[in-house]
Design a protein around this ligand. Structure first.
Ligand SMILES: Cc1ncc(COP(=O)(O)O)c(C=O)c1O
Length: 615
């Protein structure tokens, strides 16, 4: 049964306009109908969210707006209090006073209710043969957009109040995995409701202040806003006469300066999805340089596996992908490396500017010196996924001396530069070679012209430097982030993260050394540690402690306390690994984490299965 609360009153307004307000008690829908000279010219149906948006949060519900409008309509219009139709019947302007304070002080509040532009022609429009995905009613899209924007800003603002991670209930998973094809569309409000229920509460957690697992960046509020602009422009960023190409070239120029590369066209680069792709590109360019000759790849036991994948993809035989052991600083052992290099072949030599396991930084200067002995046969590549951008910090820059001499650098902006996923970068010292590796003669449909959007003059195509032809505009989120926050501040946050990692180590070593153990030195922002309460390192103890720590790590995650990730030190000791690339982390988070960690560990220790651990 439909039940309307409406007194059938048609309220006379200005310029021969009148309104009728209907409040639907069943579903709390508020309908406002507009008449001109007695003929219905428009109407709008509002839900709670729309009321809140239209009234600038004065009314949170349709009921409140219904009451407010009815009250105001019953009063005589004055300068302070009026409801008027404006913009040729497109909007209602509502003005009224609010009284407050002991002296009955007054503030004037106003807002607008915008009517849909085509609402009364809806059927007519739907019958038209030409279709589009644009809404018939932009007002509704605007309101939904405002709501999503407000919700997302709250989502970021309130992140600390939520658990770092929460498991997905089975019914949510099944709801998301329903395999029916969505043949018929539905209201975007409904779709968004589903997103709120099934998607937004269950992220992996990397924007949370206590997410320290793997190497996952936070992004930022500005980066998120930039993504909305990017998706709205939806420009295809492979080349042509358009702003995005210039923005990306500008970003590359800034990154060359940060990395200490020559800031000119002799060096080339591109924004890509991440270091994995940047590594493939770097290796492909090196292979091009050594065309026809055997190229062997040398990397350390601590190097990220994306390196091996790149080598395999590029057809490098297993026996030519050579792992070099590390020294006691977990850096590639330069002596063993130089003795291992096969003088009859060319070499792609990898240095890490922050290894994924412990954050150790190879002797990049030593590697550069080694490669400079025979630049025609040795290519110096740096995996800078984590650390390269730390050159933004004047204090940390010195850790990466030698990186500026690399032939290629693959690094991420979505990690420590706080750019929303995905965004990595490849920089190549040899621009011509880079282009020669990827550029193809332009297909007929991509022919350059004497002007227009693909002019011959000043031709520049990023698709000549990457794997993709279709590319989104990654540059805007970088541009907006760097310009808004500035490199200095980002560098200071990196320093803060490094200090927090050291602080965490200090906390363990000073106050908790009888229960926690640091397992690897920190050179950057990564700490490997474990719960530990015995000094007898026999095999049984080790296995039990490994088991206990694995259990502990999972419980910490499942209880939403924090996220740290697993690592194995020296092939035998299970470690919890904390990597702080997080602009939201505070020292108090580290204190709280230790408190909760110990609480759970002590409970686990009481379990019968761990009672045999010998002290
Ligand atoms: C040292 C290192 N290299 C390479 C990668 C791969 O980078 P991406 O995930 O951006 O492809 C990672 C990822 O964590 C990494 O830590």
């Amino acid at each position: 049964m439909t039940s309307f609360v409406s007194n059938n009153t048609i309220w006379q307004l200005n310029d021969e306009y009148s309104v009728q307000i209907k409040y639907h008690t069943n579903n709390h829908e508020l309908i406002i109908e507009l008449f001109h000279n007695g003929i219905k010219t428009n109407s709008i149906s509002l839900n709670n969210d729309q009321c809140s948006t239209f009234t600038r949060r004065f009314c949170d519900t349709t009921n409140e707006l219904n009451e407010l409008l009815t009250d105001l309509l019953m009063q005589t219009s004055t300068d302070d209090c009026s409801i008027r139709v404006i913009d040729d019947g497109k909007s209602l302007e509502i003005i009224f006073p609010i009284y407050f304070g002991s002296q009955n002080r007054k503030k004037i509040w106003s807002f607008f209710i915008h009517f849909p532009i085509f609402s009364l022609n809806l059927e007519e429009n739907q019958n038209e043969e030409e279709m589009s995905l644009d809404p018939l009613d932009w007002t509704d899209t605007r309101i939904l957009g405002h709501k999503i924007m407000d919700d997302m800003i709250d989502y970021l603002r309130d992140i600390r109040q939520r658990p770092t991670w929460r498991p997905m209930p089975t019914e949510i998973k099944s709801e998301l995995m329903q395999s029916e094809l969505p043949l018929k569309g539905e209201s975007p409000w409904k779709v968004y409701e589903q997103i709120q229920k099934t998607i937004l509460p269950y992220p992996i957690g990397n924007i949370h202040p206590r997410f320290w697992g793997y190497v996952r960046g936070n992004g930022s509020s500005i980066g998120a806003l930039a993504e909305f602009i990017t998706a709205t422009m939806n420009t295809m960023s492979s080349g042509g006469h358009q702003s995005s190409i210039y923005v990306e070239r500008q970003i590359l120029s800034w990154l060359k300066i940060i990395m200490g590369f020559p800031n000119d066209d002799t060096c080339s680069g591109a924004l890509v999805s991440g270091t994995s792709v940047a590594t493939i590109i770097s290796m492909a360019v090196a292979k091009k340089k050594f065309d026809g000759q055997l190229m062997k790849v040398y990397y350390s036991s601590e190097t990220h596996t994306c390196l091996i994948r790149a080598a395999q993809l590029l057809g490098i035989e297993k026996e030519n992908i050579i792992m070099i052991p590390t020294n006691d600083q977990r850096q590639i052992d330069l002596k063993i490396l130089s003795e291992s290099i096969d003088s009859n072949s060319c070499a792609f030599i990898v240095g890490s500017a922050g290894t994924v396991g412990t954050g150790s930084i190879d002797d990049l200067q030593g590697l550069a010196n080694l490669c400079s002995l025979n630049p025609n046969k040795l290519w110096f590549h740096v995996d800078g996924a984590i650390g390269a951008v730390a050159r933004c910090s004047t204090r940390l820059r010195s850790l990466f001396i030698g990186l500026e001499r690399a032939d290629s650098i693959a690094f991420d902006l979505h990690k420590w530069l706080f750019i929303p996923y995905e965004c990595g970068c490849v920089l190549i010292r040899h621009g011509e070679l880079h282009r020669a590796t990827f550029a193809q003669p332009h297909a007929f449909y991509l022919a350059l012209m004497d002007g227009g959007i693909t002019p011959r003059e000043g031709e520049f195509f990023f698709s000549d430097y990457t794997l993709e032809l279709s590319r989104n505009m990654k540059s805007l989120k970088v541009w907006m982030t760097l310009k808004t926050y500035g490199i200095d501040k980002i560098g200071q946050i990196m320093e803060q993260n490094v200090d927090q990692a050291k602080y965490f180590v200090n906390l363990i070593e000073k106050y908790h050394h009888d229960e926690l153990q640091v397992l690897a030195n920190v050179s950057l922002n990564i700490v490997c540690f474990r719960y530990y309460f015995n000094h007898n390192n026999n095999k049984t103890n080790l296995e039990l402690l490994n088991k206990l720590n694995k259990h502990l790590l999972v419980l910490i995650q499942e209880r939403g306390i924090a996220v740290v990730s697993p690592y194995v030190i020296d092939n035998e000791i299970f470690a919890m690994r904390m990597c702080i690339i997080n602009h939201r982390t505070k020292q108090s988070d580290l204190h709280w984490f230790i408190e909760k960690l110990l609480e759970i560990a002590r409970q686990l220790r009481q379990l019968p299965e761990f009672s045999t651990i010998e002290n």
